[in-house]
Design a protein around this ligand. Sequence first.
Ligand SMILES: C[S@@+](CC[C@H](N)C(=O)[O-])C[C@H]1O[C@@H](n2cnc3c(N)ncnc32)[C@H](O)[C@@H]1O
Length: 264
Amino acid sequence: MSEASAKTSPFGFRDVEASEKVALVHGVFRNVASSYDVMNDVMSGGIHRVWKDAACARLNPQPGEVILDVAGGTGDIARRLARLARAAKARRMARGYDARDADIRIIDYNEAMILAGREKSIKSSRDEREISWSVGDAMQLALPDDAADAYIISFGIRNVADVQAALDEARRVLKPGGRFFCLEFSHPTASAVAKIYETYSFKVIPFMGEWVARDRDSYQYLVESIKRFPDQETLKAMMQKAGFHRVSYTNFSGGICALHEGWA
Ligand SMILES: C[S@@+](CC[C@H](N)C(=O)[O-])C[C@H]1O[C@@H](n2cnc3c(N)ncnc32)[C@H](O)[C@@H]1O
C-alpha cells in the first residue's frame, strides 16, 4: 500500500480497509456520473481541458497503436487521443503510407461512468471508431503482458485502493518501451498558490458540489483525496519502483496538477 498500513487505504481523510475503499469510490462515481463533465468545467474554470490537451499531445498517439485509457470514466481523454491519432493517420496516408486506426481502449470499473460517457457519444453522433469501452480494474487488467503501446490514467490513480499495484500493473501490460502517463492533481509548489488553492478546495468546491451536483460529500471526498495523494517526487519514486525508466514530471498551474511520464 502506498499510504497507511498494508491493509488500509486512504479514503479522503479517513483510512479504510482497501476493499471498503473500492466500494466507497464506486459510490462516489455512481453518484457523480451524470454531472461529472459539467462539474469538471465548473470547478476548474475549464482549465482541466488545457491539462488534458497537454497530456494527450505528449502521449502523441500513432495510427495502429494500442492505447489504454485506464479509469477512463466518460471518455474525455480517449476522445482527444482519437482525434490526434486520426490526424496522424491522415498525415501518413497523405504521404502515401498505409495506416491503421489506433485502438484506444477505455477501461473503468464503474459502469455508471461508462454509461454516461457512451450516452454522450451517442448524443454527439461523432464517429468514434477508434474507441472501445470496457469495465475493468486498474489493479488487475484483463490483458496479457506487453499488450499496449501506451497507457494513460487521468485523475484516476488517486481513487485506486493500491496505487503501487496499479503502477505495477501498468508496467506489466506495456510493451518494452511503451509510454506511461499519469495526469493527476498534485501539490502546489509555491506557498502563495498553495494557500489560495487550499481555501478554494475546502471552502468552495464542496459547496459547488452541493449546488451543481446536489452531492456535497462526493466533492468533500475529492478535495480530501487530493490533499492526501502522494506529492510529485513520491509518485515519481513509486513509478521507478514499478520499473519505469526515464521517469519525469511536468507541473501544470503551479503544481495543482502534474503529468508524470515514464517508459516501460
Ligand atoms: C475522476 S474520474 C476520471 C475520469 C477520466 N479519466 C477523466 O480524466 O475525466 C476517476 C475514474 O476512476 C475510476 N476508477 C477508480 N478506481 C478505479 C480502478 N481501480 N480501476 C478502474 N477505474 C477506476 C472511477 O470509476 C472514475 O471513473
